[in-house]
Design a protein around this ligand. Structure first.
Ligand code: 4AD
Ligand code: MG
Length: 463
């Protein structure tokens, strides 16, 4: 007999038919009337399916009453209209087959009210909770919606390399990739001799796929990458991971305004899709995690994002009368507290801040005519702050070169990136959306470590 998933069974189309269900026990209650109720979940949706097991079943005494939360079973039975409230259908079991028992004394996930911090220590099991099941389904939907969005616009999906010799963000916060014997590192003239390393030069895990995807956009017009990126910044915040996923679209023949338009459209598309297709999970987040999440998402989807220059943003912050931990001086980067003030208090909707001071931004951003700012943008959303960072790219080779050198880097590793400006140069622009920050944003989850399957953060890489 073919297995029916609980999401399908709950639709009630197979009523009065015999079905086969498989899953993990969430709870078991025994009634005095000689039967037990089992709440079964198989991950196909948030809801459990109620199974009624009669004490007459052969294995009732030996097995069924030993089924504690976490046990895995299959049930063959009749799908019937439910007698009690709370659910529309339930299964009258003809047969219960146990795959694996689960010791209630040792199984932490089965207990009531386990904290997210505790669950992080058992990331291999936390997906069996309502919250992490819902996060996983929403994350999956956001990934699919991302591909749908860009594919429909004619963008090509490019797999950019994970190991790289160039520092895309120029921030130097990279993890080194090496096969050199750490106990006997070869040196020449006092320095590590990377010519003896695996790639014959220094190499790292990438902080961004942007430089690679730029090459493809400058030939195919539109491309995007969606992959893991790595940052060795020692940021122990609820919005930073050492390994996170990023979606980076890149468009040729486009400027910063085109870039901002696409970012706004993309975010709205993701929200609309999740509201339409993950409504059960979003309702759960709205009830259990953040009571304003539904309202926020609906509002954001329907609002026009504010466009504001960095200079105007600084003005607003200075005049706000708000006490900030960090000062707001023209030239210093916006901190999360500033970003959140703008999007949550001042405008109460997403804000796209543009034209940042060039000295605080990456080398590849196009310099504006004022010679002080670059054609950069950050998209700020409530509760998160920066969710997207992007820019028009510097297409003037001389200016690009001087920026690379200004940042104390050498031109040599960027020879191929510089070639794009020599051969059929075009204006182009793109951005990066932090995937986990987007999952956080739509679920209302407080900590970024709780929206990625196995979080990597300073001093933590278990599993
Ligand atoms: O602003 P960032 O550093 O931009 C880039 O990497 C560009 N190369 C993107 C591009 O233009 N193609 O990072 C982009 C986004 C941020 O806005 C943020 O959402 C996310 O990536 N992000 C992080 N997410 C989790 N943990 C971290 N440590 C993150 N650092 C950045
Ligand atoms: Mg940024």
């Amino acid at each position: 007999m073919k297995r029916t998933y609980i999401a399908k069974a709950l639709k009630g189309k197979d009523i009065d038919k015999e079905i086969l269900i498989k899953g993990w026990v969430r709870t078991r209650r025994d009634s005095k009337g000689g039967f037990s109720f089992i709440e079964l979940n198989d991950g196909s949706c948030l809801s459990n399916l109620q199974i009624i097991v009669d004490a007459d079943l052969d294995n009732y005494q030996n097995e069924v009453i030993r089924l504690f939360p976490g046990s895995s079973i299959s049930v063959r039975g009749l799908l019937v209209k439910s007698q009690g409230g709370g659910q529309c259908v339930e299964v009258k079991a003809y047969e219960v087959n146990v795959y694996g028992f689960c010791d209630p004394d040792e199984y932490v996930v089965g207990k009531q009210r386990v904290s997210f911090e505790r669950l992080r220590e058992i990331s291999h099991l936390r997906v069996r909770t309502n919250t992490f099941g819902a996060v996983t389904r929403v994350r999956n939907k956001l990934a699919k919606a991302t591909h749908d969005f860009f594919q429909d616009l004619g963008f090509y999906y490019i797999n950019t390399p994970i190991i790289t010799a160039s520092d895309c963000e120029g921030a130097g916060e990279m993890f080194r990739v090496t096969t050199l014997d750490q106990a006997d590192i070869p040196r020449s003239e006092g320095k590590v001799d990377y010519s003896q390393d695996f790639f014959g030069k220094e190499s790292f895990l990438t902080v961004s796929g942007q430089l690679g995807v730029e090459c493809f956009a400058c030939g195919l017009s539109n491309a995007y990458t969606f992959g893991p990126t790595f940052r060795a910044e020692n940021s122990n915040t609820s919005r930073h991971l050492a390994e996170f996923w990023m979606i980076e679209p890149e468009m040729a023949f486009a400027d910063l305004a085109d870039d901002a338009d696409m970012a706004e459209e993309y975010i709205k598309y993701l929200i609309t899709t999740v509201l339409d297709e993950c409504s059960e999970d979003i309702d759960f987040f709205n009830k259990r995690i953040d009571k304003s999440i539904l309202e926020t998402l609906t509002h954001v989807k329907d609002s026009e994002f504010i466009r504001l220059s960095y200079t105007d943003a600084i003005d607003i912050l200075k005049k706000s009368g708000q006490k900030f931990e960090y000062e707001t001086n023209w030239g210093s980067d916006l901190q999360t507290e500033h970003e959140r003030f703008l999007t949550e208090k001042e405008f109460k909707k997403p804000v796209i801040v543009t034209d940042y001071p060039r000295d605080i931004k990456a080398f590849y951003m196009k310099q504006n005519d004022d010679e002080k700012t670059v054609a950069a943008m950050d998209v700020l959303v409530p509760k998160i702050g920066e969710i997207i960072g992007g820019s028009q790219r510097e297409d003037n080779l001389k200016k690009l070169d001087s920026r690379i050198k200004e940042q104390g880097m050498s031109l040599e590793p960027y020879w191929w990136y510089r070639d794009l400006r020599k051969f059929g140069n075009v204006p182009h622009a793109g951005f990066g959306l932090g995937f986990e920050r987007m999952v956080q944003f739509v679920t209302g989850m407080d900590n970024i470590r709780d929206v990625i399957p196995f979080p990597r953060t300073p001093k933590s890489a278990e599993f």
